[in-house]
Design a protein around this ligand. Structure first.
Ligand code: TXA
Ligand code: MG
Length: 318
């Protein structure tokens, strides 16, 4: 039974597992990660395999503090500003990888850049300190599926795969980190996430370009169909079709005879973010075929919520 409540003892034990080349699922403030020693290519291969993730899609290296991040990525003025403002926290920065970094090429999928994050969750921080190595960790779900916000979600997706699943309860934010590429002349938003775009624009004093709009390659992970439950999603629904289940937001859900999950009856976008992935899993478990999603405001965390919903609604490759 690999789920273990996170205590100092289980965290220390998990750190040893990492040092021995094992795979550990652990909570962060965004979603659960599936971690391996980022300097150990054999261990990192297991992460790709367990997730069923294509090798061209690079992983985030998690480190305990800004100083350690600086030994793996080249910090320019933009990166320093963002690190100061948002680390530890739900921000991932893509930086030029330092030639002396011992993170293996498999983590960055052979790119010259490396994605780095200093998470804020205390269990994650304590694991990173105890492990003493950078930890490569994608979200701990099967590739293309919804990210896990509880240890039980990890277990449901990956079964006995991980050597340990550290249980730290529900994640605080419920959405993945915001990914910003600061390796070029201007910052690019690669993935909206836990830090709203507006907060980053406030730090830079300029609008943030989107990777998709810029003349730059998109983040390899930005595949159209992603974060996908089994049921079909219909976005911006203003009415309900027969048989559809409602994914509602706010105090005035659509009139219905069908069942419903409300992301936030009081219309709080933060609460909606924490509930989104669990709600999609819950709706799937109910066996419903179609999910009608009410419109969700696109400001703040709403941008990331709508991004995930669009991907969940995109046509599937299989
Ligand atoms: O909140 C999170 O970010 C969680 C927790 C566990 O930290 N992790 C997570 O990892 O969501 P993952 O692998 O599911 O998403 C990482 C994203 C992918 O879209 C990947 O393509 C992008 O970061 N990425 C990683 N390295 C990159 C690089 N060098 N250049 C561009 N994009 C990169
Ligand atoms: Mg993921």
């Amino acid at each position: 039974m690999p789920i273990e409540p996170a205590t100092q003892t289980s965290i220390d034990n998990a750190a040893k597992v990492l040092a021995d080349g094992g795979v550990v699922a652990f909570p962060t403030e965004t979603v659960y990660g599936l971690g391996a020693d980022a300097t150990n290519a054999d261990a990192v291969v297991h992460v790709y395999e367990m997730k069923g993730r294509p090798r061209f899609n690079p992983l985030i290296a998690h480190v305990a503090d800004i100083e350690t991040a600086g030994s793996h990525g080249e910090f320019n003025a933009m990166a320093r500003k963002l690190a100061e403002a948002f680390w530890p926290g739900p921000l991932t920065m893509v930086l030029k990888k330092r030639s002396k970094s011992n993170i293996c090429d498999l983590v960055s999928a052979g790119l010259e850049t490396i994605a780095l994050r200093v998470p804020a969750n205390e269990i994650a921080r304590s694991l990173l300190r105890a492990a003493g190595c950078p930890v490569a960790a994608p979200s701990a779900n099967k590739a293309g599926h919804v990210s896990p916000t509880t240890a039980a979600h990890v277990k449901a997706d990956l079964g006995e795969g991980p050597d340990i699943i550290l249980d730290g309860g529900d994640t605080a934010l419920g959405l993945e980190s915001t990914v910003v590429d600061v390796s070029g002349p201007e910052p690019l938003l690669l993935r909206p996430g836990g830090i709203p775009r507006e907060d980053i624009e406030h730090i830079f004093g300029v609008k943030l370009a989107d990777a998709t709009n810029a003349n730059q390659p998109t983040s390899p992970g930005q595949l159209a169909s992603h974060y996908a439950p089994r049921a079909r999603l219909r976005l911006d629904a203003t009415s309900l079709a027969p048989g559809e289940t409602l994914l509602a937001f706010g105090p005035n859900p659509l009139k219905r005879e069908n069942s419903m999950v409300n992301l936030s009856p009081r219309g709080d976008i933060r609460e909606a973010a924490t509930r989104l992935f669990a709600a999609l899993r819950e709706l799937d478990a109910s066996g419903c075929e179609g999910i009608a999603v009410m419109p969700i405001p696109d400001e703040g965390l709403g941008e990331a919520i709508n991004d995930r919903l669009r991907r969940a609604a995109a046509p599937r490759s299989k």
